[in-house]
Design a protein around this ligand. Structure first.
Ligand SMILES: Nc1ncnc2c1ncn2[C@@H]1O[C@H](COP(=O)(O)OP(=O)(O)O)[C@@H](O)[C@H]1O
Ligand SMILES: [Mg+2]
Length: 250
């Protein structure tokens, strides 16, 4: 079982769009897949037409596997399950703060699911806090959407600095360009510059696409309704790249 986190310190960069479509692509490719919506806003649960999970009592999320599994919902797609978010997820940091091994709780919990799933995708809230550190400890890959602008570049570098200062392994961080506009000069130059300075960028680029914006109306992954020729198929290429990288990991 592998764990991929769709994560950024910033909001509105394409984490949820990536989580939803990568989870769909993974299930289509034959993997038993669980998408965990860690963001109390519940956007990825919404895209899959799944209601909020029941209100969690303190700390159950991180301690009681059966309790957690009872909240997992099937989706409309074969091999794809969703653990929806609810508003109590905003209290994760308070829960974790009161627990021993407070940075390892998510890793412990998810490793107990290794017989059930081939891949777990974490749709993360925009933050850098105790939950984020749980994510850094649990994930095999931290996939970071980066909009090719100066501010996003700066946030990405802040993340690298955080990893460096806190002893996390930088090699699990894999950024990709999100909402890229090929005709936009700033985007074009930023992509060229960042690719040179950061060879860890994924080759697949997710372009800005009105089809992706319309996911909220369709309420399904864009891959489920886009044409074979649509540029949004780059989510599949991104998924294949992820598989390739994870296969090289022991
Ligand atoms: N490649 C894209 N092209 C156009 N719009 C996008 C793209 N990716 C995401 N969006 C839109 O941008 C908004 C933020 O995306 P989302 O995935 O929710 O970001 P995050 O989870 O990082 O907050 C949403 O309205 C979404 O539909
Ligand atoms: Mg989101």
């Amino acid at each position: 079982m592998k764990i991929v986190a769709s994560y950024s310190i910033k909001g509105g960069v394409g984490k949820t769009a990536a989580s939803v479509n990568l989870a769909y692509a993974a299930a289509k490719a034959g993997n038993e897949t669980l998408l965990i919506d860690l963001d109390p806003q519940g956007a990825s649960s919404f895209y899959f037409r799944i209601g909020a999970s029941k209100k969690e009592k303190r700390s159950y999320f991180f301690t009681k596997k059966n309790r957690l599994l009872s909240q997992v919902k099937g989706s409309n797609y074969k091999r794809l399950d969703i653990l929806p978010a609810n508003l109590s997820f905003r209290n994760f940091d308070i829960m974790l703060n009161n627990m021993s091994k407070s940075k390892q709780r998510l890793k412990e919990l998810l490793s107990s699911l290794k017989n059930e799933y081939d891949l777990i995708i974490l749709d993360c809230p925009p933050n850098i806090n105790l939950l984020s550190e749980n994510i850094f400890n649990a994930a095999d890959m931290i996939l970071v959407p980066v909009i090719p602008t100066t501010l996003s570049e700066r946030t990405y570098e802040q993340l690298l600095t955080f990893f460096h200062k806190n002893g996390y392994k930088k090699k699990i961080i894999r950024p990709f360009f999100s909402m890229a506009q090929s005709k936009n000069k700033l985007h074009h130059n930023t992509i060229n510059d960042l690719e040179k300075r950061h060879p860890e960028f994924m080759k697949s680029i997710i372009s800005f696409s009105a089809e992706i914006e319309r996911m909220g109306i369709h309420r399904e992954p864009v891959l489920a309704y886009a044409s074979r020729k649509s540029k949004v198929q780059s989510y599949r290429t991104l998924f294949n790249e992820i598989v390739h990288i994870l296969a090289k990991k022991k």
